[in-house]
Design a protein around this ligand. Structure first.
Ligand SMILES: [Zn+2]
Length: 193
C-alpha cells in the first residue's frame, strides 16, 4: 500500500471534510521510507502565488484580476490558519483546554429576509476564500465529522487523515504503514534498552 502523493489523491472523504483535509495537508512533513523510497515532504503554500493557485484549484477563488491577487498578508493569514488547524488536529489536544487555538478572523455577517438568513462574508476575494475554510470547520463541527479528522501520531508522518473506523479511535493515517513502523521502532527500542 502506497501513501498518497497529494492530499487530493484521497477521495473517500465526507463533503466539507475534503477541503479541511486538503488544506491542512498543504504542509506535508512526511519523511518516512515507503517501498524503498523516502518521502521528502513539501509545502504547497510557499508563496502568495501558490496560495492563489491552491484556492483556484479548490474553487474558492474565481477570476484573475488585481482583486484576486494574493499578497504576503493573505499568505501570513493562510499559514496562521493552517498552523492552528494542524495544532488542534494533533491527537489528544481535545483533552486539554490549553489545546484550543484562536483563529483571528473577523466576519461581517449580512442577514437577509425572503429566502431566509444568508451569511455573506464581506472581505476581499482571497480573505473570503480563507474564511470559507474556517466555515468548513464550523460545518464539520455541526455535522459531527470534525472529531474524526486527525493528525497521524507517527512523528515522521503527521499526515492529516479522516478516521473511517467504526469506533473512531484510529491513531495512524495507515495501520499498515505508520502503525507497523511505529510498532517495529518501539519493539527495537525495547530490545536495545
Ligand atoms: Zn501516518
Amino acid at each position: 500500500m502506497l501513501p498518497p502523493t497529494r492530499a487530493e489523491d484521497v477521495t473517500d472523504l465526507p463533503d466539507g471534510i475534503a477541503l479541511l483535509h486538503h488544506f491542512a495537508n498543504t504542509e506535508d512533513v512526511r519523511g518516512f521510507v515507503s517501498h524503498g523510497r523516502r518521502l521528502t515532504g513539501h509545502d504547497d503554500l510557499a508563496t502568495p502565488r501558490d496560495l492563489e493557485r491552491w484556492l483556484r484549484k479548490h474553487d474558492l477563488l474565481e477570476g484573475d484580476t488585481s482583486e484576486t491577487r494574493a499578497h504576503q498578508g493573505h499568505l501570513a493569514r493562510a499559514l496562521a490558519l493552517r498552523t492552528a488547524l494542524r495544532a488542534v488536529l494533533r491527537q489528544g489536544v481535545e483533552d486539554s483546554r490549553d489545546g484550543a487555538v484562536a483563529v483571528d478572523y473577523s466576519f461581517n455577517v449580512i442577514l437577509t429576509g425572503g429566502h431566509g438568513a444568508q451569511l455573506t462574508i464581506a472581505a476581499d476575494p482571497v480573505d473570503t476564500a480563507l474564511a470559507h475554510i474556517v466555515m468548513a470547520a464550523l460545518t464539520a463541527t455541526a455535522n459531527g465529522t470534525w472529531h474524526r479528522l486527525k493528525m497521524c501520531l507517527a512523528p515522521d508522518c503527521q499526515w492529516i487523515f479522516y478516521d473511517n473506523s467504526r469506533p473512531g479511535r484510529a491513531k495512524w493515517c495507515s495501520p499498515q504503514l505508520c502503525g507497523n513502523r511505529m510498532k517495529t521502532q518501539a519493539y527495537r527500542r525495547r530490545q536495545t534498552a
